[in-house]
Design a protein around this ligand. Structure first.
Ligand code: DGJ
Length: 731
């Protein structure tokens, strides 16, 4: 890994054994993007992007250089005001009312390691020799503002991490209307755009289509990252498959609103951008101060979508998730939500706990409804005191009961919300997020608390500390059950355009405090399922509740899409009741188990109501999972058959590092008469090793399994069938 600067050609080259990223300084002023892709040996390849005259292109240098127009260049980060007519990376409103800026190259710095971003989630190094960082400064000398582009390359990943700083050297404030984290141009538009979008209970469907002229926008204006869009886009060669071909991914480490623009211009150049959504953003940078954007994780993979995902999984696992549980086997849990909803008392919970303990469950999670006077979703958010009518012996007694049964105890909170019917609202109605003299809309009968205000956060923090200091708690599920509306400030000293980002910074500040004060707690993030499943939350919480949809067939889509960027160890997956509560579908316990066992296994149903046979199945599933979870949670994950291909099948596999063990999951959602036999070619085994297949006892060499494949669906009859095959090396 290294970063070079060649003074003769004015080219920066960031490289490691996998990738190269090149930037050049053009006309001593402008930063051009030269290359991002497979590692190049030549350190200072300038590239030969033609400079030719094109009509209607403004010439920022002079008439003699009429061929040089920023609109014809591939750029790194660009404003609108010097003749680049594409989507801008930033927009600054200066104190004299002007919007025109002229940023020019000023200098650079190369640092060992990766500098810290203040107050934001971020990838990290364990020692300085894991990464190098390039900082390039651009300056608008008239307005006295600098833009600093920060690029970090890590030694062992096909990844560049980028963010941007705005520094105000003026004696007056400047206002940022737009401040994206990254922008990058490609010379062609021969790409498919891949993104993950959906809705509540249908998160992260994989959408893929060819890009074309104009701007395609993937964004959230819901205050949070949302169920609807993931802060992720990828550009792939149209021939790229799961296993082969080039793909470029960009993922934002942030939990608020985001935008990604993909623009194809008149010359078929493609611009890709990512950052905070300008929709609810306008930031005052005071004289002498800075604004730091969140960071983006940019992956290049020549090895198809699986190659990209594996880079993201490894990187997040090793360089983003901070928790003592990052590499520990995650406990099998039971959550009482779908078993009881709000309708529980101590006796009911005890019965569930007793049954869970004999089944081999390791963690009991008490979900919504344990606090205030909460019998439904209309009340008590903000009053984090035990509901004594439901739990007369108190939370501590319940936690002790769980611990006596040999399990851990987990608890649900929704700290950022407030019900109108709550003591907190009665004493602080003004703590609700909303604009001055405007009514705030309710959603799920609740308001959002204004977490941009320190006194609001402090109150909730104190209430949570009280619970956590009195009750032995091993796990917390942190929920967030609505989108934000009327995003503004009731507090006259803060401008509306700063509220949302300040809210997110406030949230991060509170999470930082909690994970530092309670390092032994395993945190799971949730937002009506996977509405806030983003790398920002992952930095604080190593697990996420993937979706409120627990139907095993729907889960194939959801988990498949999620795995594009998120590591399996972060993905909560539960077996629930049949017929399923969200879609009404009935699926066997076997397949419900097989779907959930491909993530962090949990149960979310009334175990006491199962038949003796089903209880036995649950025990067997848990036993099997405990033996294989290290491989599943931390092995290399490979997608084999996509449920989005509409062939009513899905398959994926997990392989350990030494390639001595693998496990294959196959699912058939709809049977077809006289169907073809699917030849599944396994991936990532060792050609020279021999492996035994658990379903037949047969032994094959790795190359036979990888290139000839295995046939496994001929004996599956009926809809919603599944199979798990263990593949173990024999010596
Ligand atoms: C939404 C979550 O996703 C569910 O699992 C559950 O915790 C409910 N909220 C409780 O209100």
């Amino acid at each position: 890994m290294n970063i070079y600067f060649d003074e003769n050609t004015s080219v920066f080259h960031l490289s490691n054994s996998k990738i190269s990223y090149q930037i050049s300084i053009e006309e001593q002023k402008y930063l051009a993007h030269r290359y991002f892709g497979k590692n190049l040996k030549q350190h200072t390849f300038k590239g030969d992007y033609p400079v030719v005259y094109r009509s209607f292109g403004p010439n920022p240098i002079d008439a003699q250089q009429a061929g040089f127009s920023l609109n014809n260049q591939l750029l790194e980060y660009s404003g609108n005001d010097n003749g680049d007519f594409r989507e801008s990376s930033f927009q600054i409103n200066f104190s004299d009312g002007s919007y025109v800026s002229q940023f020019r190259y000023k200098g650079f710095e190369i640092l060992e390691g990766k500098p810290e971003l203040k107050g934001l989630p971020q990838s990290f190094t364990n020692s300085d020799n894991e990464a190098k960082t390039l900082k390039i400064t651009l300056e608008d000398t008239r307005n006295k503002v600098q833009i600093i582009l920060i690029y970090t390359i890590f030694s062992d990943y096909g990844i560049i991490v980028r963010s941007t700083v705005f520094k105000n050297l003026n004696h007056e404030s400047v206002f940022l209307d737009k401040a994206l984290s990254m922008s990058m141009d490609f010379p062609h538009s021969n790409f498919d755009l891949i993104q993950l979008s959906g809705s509540w209970a249908r998160e992260r469907e994989m959408i893929r289509h060819k890009i074309n002229r104009g701007v395609t926008k993937v964004d959230s204006k819901r205050g949070t990252t949302s169920h609807n869009y993931q802060p992720f886009v990828a550009l792939a060669d149209p021939n790229t498959t799961e296993h082969k071909g080039e793909v470029f991914g960009v993922h934002l480490v942030y939990t608020g609103e985001f935008v990604s623009n993909i623009e194809v211009d008149e010359y078929n150049q493609t611009r890709i951008q990512m950052g905070i959504n300008p929709a609810h953003f306008n930031w005052e940078v005071l004289s002498g101060e800075e604004f730091q954007t969140p960071e983006t994780v940019m992956v290049y993979s020549p090895d198809g979508l699986n190659g990209m995902s594996q880079e993201y999984h490894r990187f997040y696992q090793n360089q983003l998730i901070r928790s003592k549980y990052t590499k520990e086997e995650r406990p099998v849990l039971i959550n009482n939500w779908e078993a009881t909803y709000f309708d529980f008392k101590e006796e009911k919970l005890h019965a569930l706990i007793d049954e869970a303990a004999v089944s081999g469950v390791e963690l009991f999670v008490l979900d919504d409804g344990w606090f205030g006077k909460r019998d439904d979703d209309r009340t008590s958010l903000g009053d984090w005191k035990v509901y004594e009518e439901k739990l007369p012996s108190g939370l501590k007694a319940l936690s002790d009961y769980v611990h006596e049964k040999g399990m851990k105890f987990g608890l649900w909170f929704e700290p950022e919300m407030i019900s109108e019917d709550s003591d907190l609202y009665r004493s602080h109605p003004d703590w609700v997020l909303g604009a001055k003299n405007r009514q705030s809309s309710v959603s799920r009968n609740q308001f959002v608390l204004d977490f941009s205000r320190p006194e609001v956060r402090e109150n909730i923090l104190e209430q949570m500390r009280k619970v956590l200091d009195e009750v032995p708690i091993d796990y917390i599920k942190w929920d967030f059950n609505r989108n934000m509306s009327e995003i503004g400030s009731r507090n006259s000293s803060v401008r509306d355009g700063e509220i949302l980002h300040r809210y997110i910074l406030g949230l991060y500040d509170m999470l930082e405090t909690l994970v530092t004060e309670y390092p032994d707690i395993l945190w799971e993030s949730c937002s009506g399922g996977g509405g806030r499943y983003d790398p920002g939350m992952l930095y604080y919480m190593p697990q996420t509740w993937t979706s409120d949809n627990t139907d095993a067939a729907s889960r194939l889509d959801i988990q498949y899409g999620t795995s594009l960027v998120m590591p399996i160890s972060s993905m909560g997956a539960h077996v629930s009741a049949t017929p399923n509560h969200q879609v009404g579908r009935s699926i066997s316990m076997e397949m419900r188990g097989h779907a959930a066992m491909a993530g962090n296994l949990g149960y979310e149903l009334d175990l006491t109501e199962l038949s003796a046979d089903e209880k036995e199945q649950v025990k067997t599933q848990i036993e099997w999972y405990k033996k294989h979870r290290k491989l599943i949670q931390y092995g290399e994950f490979t997608r084999l058959i996509s449920p989005f291909d509409k062939n009513h099948k899905a398959a994926w596999m997990f392989t350990n590092e030494s390639k001595s063990q693998a496990v294959l999951f196959f699912y058939q959602t709809m049977a077809r008469a006289n169907d073809s036999f699917d030849q599944i070619r396994l991936v990532g085994l060792d050609s020279d090793k021999q492996y035994k297949l658990s379903h037949t006892g047969e032994v094959y060499y790795g190359d036979e399994l990888m290139y000839r494949g295995v046939y496994i669906n001929h004996d599956l009859h009926g809809d919603y069938q599944s199979k798990v095959i263990e593949i173990n090396e024999v010596k």
